[in-house]
Design a protein around this ligand. Structure first.
Ligand SMILES: Nc1nc2c(ncn2[C@@H]2O[C@H](COP(=O)(O)OP(=O)(O)OP(=O)(O)O)[C@@H](O)[C@H]2O)c(=O)[nH]1
Length: 351
């Protein structure tokens, strides 16, 4: 969520982990951020210049961010290699993303990046929410719908960080999530037509709330971090228990599908080769591969009359005995012979 304190929270987390002598690997994926208040190991701004992208493609700010991310996503395999290398040195990898949901969660590059990470490492989505701007039940509900859509899109373990608890205690929000009546009471104060919609939506979100991990923090003060790390550890367990088997299953299905496709392509190739062999033997009328007759396109050079060749050749200084071309004919004959043998064996097997 934009302005909720994601960057400040990443800064706080990084400082906390450095203090614990457990330095994290930090990645900034927001190309439009002005000042990064933490040292990033990888910064998208070093690879893509967001303002240049906007100019070059004639885009507005959001289009510029999406396109920059798309460009960066094409190199994400390299980022994965860096993370892999740092696996033993850094227990945690923290990634700061652009705040707009359509830019990361619902963009192709966001999906590519999330899936690449989640298929290799225990991955957890942390949704940072501005508690001080969620005291209105309708705004709170919009926030929760936002969070819910991210959870269902990424399908990863999910923690809601209710930030800015130095301004307001987050307990009112937790109560709204746990007690339907309290939320309805708060909604009764609202007179707008949206409150009816919100009432219905809150029933739908009940299921979502029941499994949600919520932590109140102040990124500025650094409070709530111990509880955050407890929830993070639970989320990692959840990843190992529920998500990893699912990713393994998907990976296996993909590999099987690719293997099947490869086999089918090979079968097609064999069939095509078979028809070439049948054609070859019909035309040549003999089992001898050399009698199949040379392909006119490839082998005419070797059939030229020697005098004629001398006349036509403008490369007199080349020793034709040892040129690549002089080896083409026997090589091609051997190739055809091999193919014919394989075809015969295959058709014998099929019989
Ligand atoms: N009081 C208070 N202010 C905070 C806290 N965390 C962040 N802020 C302030 O909230 C504002 C936005 O913080 P950022 O960290 O830039 O928020 P962001 O979500 O990264 O913003 P975008 O990248 O623009 O989406 C800044 O003025 C921060 O100082 C907090 O815990 N308490």
């Amino acid at each position: 969520m934009a302005g909720s304190g994601k960057t400040t929270f990443v800064q706080r987390l990084a400082a906390h982990l450095h203090g614990q002598r457990c330095p994290p690997y930090v990645i900034n994926l927001d190309p439009a951020v002005h000042n990064l208040p933490f040292p990033a190991n990888i910064d998208i701004r070093d690879t893509v210049k967001y303002k240049e992208v906007m100019k070059q493609y004639g885009l507005g700010p959001n289009g510029g961010i999406v396109t920059s991310l798309n460009l960066f996503a094409t190199r994400f395999d390299q980022v994965m290699k860096f993370i892999e290398k740092r696996k033993n040195a850094s227990k945690y990898v923290i990634i700061d993303t652009p705040g707009q949901i359509e830019v990361f969660t619902w963009s192709a590059s966001g999906t590519i990046i999330t899936e690449a990470l989640a298929s290799s490492f225990p991955s957890v989505v942390v949704y940072v929410m501005d508690t001080s701007r969620s005291t209105n039940p309708i705004t709170f509900m919009s926030n929760m719908l936002y969070a819910c859509s991210i959870l269902y899109k990424t399908k990863l373990p999910f923690i809601v960080v209710m930030n800015k608890t130095d301004i307001i205690d987050h307990r009112f929000a937790v109560e709204w999530m746990q007690d339907f009546e309290t939320f309805q009471d708060a909604l009764n104060q609202e007179t707008s037509y949206v409150s009816n919609l919100t009432r219905s939506m809150s029933l739908v979100l009940d299921e979502f709330y029941s499994s949600l991990k919520v932590v109140g923090v102040s990124a500025v003060l650094g409070t709530g971090l111990d509880e955050f790390f407890i929830q993070l550890s639970n989320a990692v367990d959840e990843y190992e228990r529920e998500y990893r088997p699912e990713y393994e299953r998907l990976r296996k299905t993909l590999e099987e599908a690719q293997e099947k496709q490869k086999r089918e392509q090979l079968d097609h190739l064999w069939k095509d080769m078979g028809s070439v062999c049948v054609q070859g033997s019909t035309l040549a009328g003999s089992d001898d591969a050399s009698a199949m007759g040379p392909s006119e396109l490839i082998l005419t050079r070797g059939t030229l009359d020697e005098d004629e060749e001398e006349r036509e050749s403008d490369t007199d200084d080349i020793d034709h005995e040892v040129t690549e071309e002089s080896r083409e004919e026997p090589a091609f004959r051997n190739f055809m012979q091999d193919m014919r043998l394989k075809c015969h064996r295959k058709s014998n097997l099929n019989e």
